[in-house]
Design a protein around this ligand. Structure first.
Ligand code: ZN
Length: 223
């Protein structure tokens, strides 16, 4: 019970961080690192602000915590994050040897802890992390959906100033278009491959047939 209360308390701090990201027009994800009940680090997504694709909340929080402890080795630490970590962040958590991960909302499109991969619990890697998913999942996902609906209405209002966004969650339309394009490309590639294969098979057949015919002719000539 004590743990559940602590988890909710720290997750609320991560949500407050996510709100700070939203205020900067950043995708609202917040993270907290805790050791022995003490908050070592708190950070939010700063990808746009820092023009840094690695400036996810988790990475920034891990860096802060490591700096505070004076070691890369975050043993005994728990990371709280509002959204299921992506492959990069899940990998960073394993590399930091963090003890425990608590996350809020599930990310079916990029989550690498339970949704697409299980990087934190993969027995092939040299470290495994205790995972607690779904803590305050409602408020964690609401802050994201509010942000994206605000972004959509904003982009509908300012159609000319519309900037394409590059986040998996940011624009479903862009993603759908990309998916359609990928499917078309894949189909084309497959068609090309099939055509090539068919041609090769035909050529092989022709060559084989021609050789056989030659052999037969030779044999006939010999006898
Ligand atoms: Zn990430």
């Amino acid at each position: 019970m004590r743990r559940t209360e602590d988890d909710q308390r720290f997750m609320n701090m991560a949500i407050a961080q996510a709100a700070m990201a939203a205020a900067l027009d950043e995708v609202p994800v917040g993270a907290i690192v805790v050791k022995d009940g003490e908050v070592l680090a708190s950070a939010h997504n700063l990808r746009q602000t820092n023009a840094d694709p690695t400036a996810h909340a988790e990475i920034l929080a891990i860096r802060q915590a490591a700096e505070k402890l004076g070691t890369w080795y975050l043993v005994g630490c728990t990371l709280y994050v509002t959204l299921e970590p992506c492959p990069m962040c899940a990998g960073a958590l394993v590399n930091a040897r963090i003890d425990r991960l608590v996350y809020g909302a599930t990310d079916p499109k990029a989550g690498a802890v339970r949704s697409l991969y299980a990087i934190c619990e993969d027995s092939r890697l040299n470290h495994r992390i205790e995972v607690t998913p779904g803590v305050l999942a409602g408020p964690c996902s609401r802050i994201l959906s509010d942000f994206f609906s605000r972004l959509r209405s904003k982009s509908n209002n300012e159609h000319e100033n519309r900037q394409p966004t590059h986040d998996a969650h940011e624009n479903n339309e862009i993603q759908q278009t990309n998916e359609t394009r990928q499917t078309d490309e894949t189909r084309q590639t497959n068609e090309t491959r099939q055509t090539d294969e068919t041609r090769q098979t035909d050529e092989t057949k022709q060559t084989d047939g021609a050789e056989q015919k030659n052999e037969t002719e030779q044999k006939t000539a010999e006898s």
